[in-house]
Design a protein around this ligand. Structure first.
Ligand code: ZN
Length: 56
């Protein structure tokens, strides 16, 4: 049985996880091309997007 909630896609190069396959593929493509991560892309990762809404 597939777990709907924990379905994430990992970038095989940097290891970050994404909730959509599109972002994981984008990250993979970027990582392969630039050997580093794009801030804009990683901001969509599960690791980054788990930030809490604390102002300040
Ligand atoms: Zn990556």
């Amino acid at each position: 049985m597939p777990k709907a909630n924990s379905a994430v896609f990992a970038c095989p190069l940097c290891g970050l996880h994404y909730y959509t396959k599109e972002w994981a593929e984008r990250c993979h493509a970027w990582c392969a091309e630039h050997n580093s991560c794009s801030m804009e892309i990683t901001s969509h990762s599960a690791e980054r997007s788990s930030v809490r809404s604390e102002s300040g």
